[in-house]
Design a protein around this ligand. Structure first.
Ligand code: SF4
Length: 568
């Protein structure tokens, strides 16, 4: 492999990774230290590659400081779950682990997987080992590596959907880390080695400059927001059924840094098409280009989008092409119709049924009137198909026989999992990140604020006769935008406690970012601005026009420009 080409001084984390003996560091010693609930700063960086973040409860941080206590440490643990598919037995296994070791149940993330919060250091090993006992892993769920590969969510809708899901698994297995540190640290009882025989043929001993995300969409559904990925893949189907290949779309990512105009959200752009037999080679070398050219001096500038914008989309195409044994073809035509989930029952080509349930903020726990965790446990005990996670933090009870639908419906109703039947269009399409109290980067509330702001927005929608309008609303607690808040028709991006940037104007198919409308404003200003815009939308919209399209057509905001297209 080519060694990193960064000429500026390497960031501190590059040294930590390179000296870590393939992600071992001193994690084992840190876990064994009973005098603290934390591990060393350097090890927290390495732990991410193993699927866990050290966090602390920010609600009690000041009080504990006053009492001269160390922060209330807990660990977030995230699963790697390509395509978001679980068996009911795996669900029950994760549910047991959540009850034993985590706080607040399970949480479905915006990358089709689960994370648990509040795991104590002394339980971390049991938690990760337990996840592996269910047949799943946490390796590369976080860190500077290839993250969970996502794909359009319902593989059983057609044979092509199943094929694409299989490709998501193959990509993940092809590019995942090879270090034996994971097995030694979490799964074995013996001593942790020194990595002398380890090799990372793709990632190298310094791994990647930052995270790298693949996602596969199957038109007409862009339910994964394919253009938000570092490397998006658009499945091309012949006659709506036969998979003939994938369009390649590199350069997307949501994250930005507050107050740093050199950082920004970006959508991916098309550079070509490859047939399925060339997909793994393409993905390997796409990662390798970023490994070799990504910025290892400045982590805020280390995502693939910056490599592309510094050197050009054409440069990326040509560099990737130079490493491949076949020609990249011109992109094939495709058409997206929407980028949200479709709720309720849908029937697949094979006559099997699939039920999409709304899970507010992806949180599976028991709350008043909605014992969702107990309900899902009851469903998993009788469900014979699979359970699938969506990128909008919802879940699908997939592969249900027609004769089993009534029993599932009864349980869904009994346990208050039927919110989707009564929710407003905005609530059905609302996403939030975790933010406070656990996320160390949060500048404002997100998940905990969502129910409150939704109630107020619904009152405005009712006032203007827009209750059923499927407006995509996304809120994040900071500009990292884990909830893809830059792709909401309405997006709130946290700037400080109680203050958000109000952004509007993304489209309904995931092909346009929103734009800043009001900067760093509180709830009163947000509601006043949206009250006026909802009123104009209700009065001036064209037939079937979505809110995001309206505010752009009406000139309320100018959407950000995409990169120039390249020659093929
Ligand atoms: Fe934390 Fe920011 Fe991500 Fe929200 S968007 S989970 S606040 S990093």
């Amino acid at each position: 492999m080519t060694e990193p080409t960064t000429t500026t001084p390497l960031s501190a984390l590059e040294h930590i990774k390179a000296d870590s003996h393939f992600l071992r560091g001193t994690i084992a010693a840190g876990l064994a230290d009973p005098t603290t609930g934390s591990i060393s700063e350097a090890d927290t960086k390495l732990l991410k590659f193993h699927g866990s973040y050290q966090q602390d409860n920010r609600d009690v941080r000041d009080e504990r400081r006053r009492q001269k206590l160390e922060p209330d440490y807990g660990f977030m643990v995230r699963i790697r779950l390509p395509g978001g598919v679980l068996t009911p037995a795996q669900w029950l296994g994760l549910d047991e682990l959540a009850a034993a070791y985590a706080s607040n149940g399970l949480r479905i993330t915006t990358r089709q997987t689960f994370q648990f919060h509040g795991v104590r250091k002394e339980n971390l090993r049991a938690m990760i080992r337990g996840i592996n006992d269910t047949g799943l892993s946490t390796l590369a769920a976080c860190g500077d590596d290839v993250r969970n590969v996502i794909c359009s969510v319902n593989p059983r809708l057609s044979s092509a959907h199943a094929e694409v899901h299989a490709w998501a698994l193959k990509i993940m297995n092809h590019v995942k880390p090879r270090t034996t540190a994971y097995r030694e640290l979490w799964l074995e009882d013996g001593p942790v080695g020194d990595g002398a025989t380890d090799d990372e043929p793709l990632l190298g001993k310094s791994y990647l400059p930052r995270k790298f995300k693949f996602g596969i969409a199957i038109p007409p559904y862009n339910d994964i927001d394919v253009f938000a990925q570092d490397f998006g893949l658009i499945a091309i189907l012949e006659n709506d059924s036969r998979l003939v290949g994938f369009n390649l779309a590199p350069g997307g990512s949501m994250g930005a840094t507050a107050g740093d105009p050199k950082t920004y959200p970006s959508l991916a752009d098309l550079i070509g098409f490859v047939t399925p037999d060339h997909l793994l080679e393409t993905c390997w070398h796409a990662v390798a280009v970023q490994r070799d050219f990504g910025d290892r001096g400045n982590r805020k500038h280390a995502r693939l989008k910056y490599t592309i914008d510094d050197r050009g989309l054409q440069w990326f195409h040509d560099e990737l092409q130079s490493r491949l044994s076949f020609p990249i073809e011109a992109p094939r035509p495709y058409h997206f119709e929407h980028n949200g989930d479709r709720y309720g029952w849908t029937e697949g080509d094979d006559g099997r049924w699939h039920l999409t349930l709304q899970i507010p903020s992806g949180r599976i726990r028991d709350v008043d009137g909605h014992p969702r965790q107990t309900g899902m446990r009851a469903i998993a005990r009788v469900h014979k198909g699979e359970i699938r996670m969506t990128c909008d933090q919802n879940l699908i009870l997939a592969d249900v026989a027609a004769e089993d639908r009534a029993a599932i419906d009864a349980l869904v109703k009994q346990y208050g999992l039927d919110d989707y039947k009564h929710a407003s269009g905005l609530r059905l399409h609302a996403l939030s990140c975790v933010a406070l109290p656990t996320c160390g980067l949060a500048m404002a509330e997100s998940e905990r604020y969502l129910p409150h702001i939704l109630d107020k927005l619904e009152a405005l929608l009712d006032k203007h006769g827009l209750r059923d309008e499927p407006i995509h609303f996304r809120i994040s607690g900071c500009p990292n935008s884990c909830s893809r808040s830059y792709m909401g028709e309405i997006g709130l991006v946290g700037r400080a406690i109680g203050k958000y940037d109000l952004r509007i104007g993304a489209d309904h198919i995931g092909e346009r970012l929103n734009a800043l409308y009001k900067e760093n404003v509180g709830e009163e200003a947000i509601l006043a601005a949206l009250d006026e815009l909802f009123g104009r939308f209700a009065a001036e919209r064209e037939s079937d026009e979505h809110f995001g399209d309206f505010v752009v057509r009406a000139g309320v905001v100018d959407p950000p420009k995409r990169r120039p297209t390249i020659r093929y």
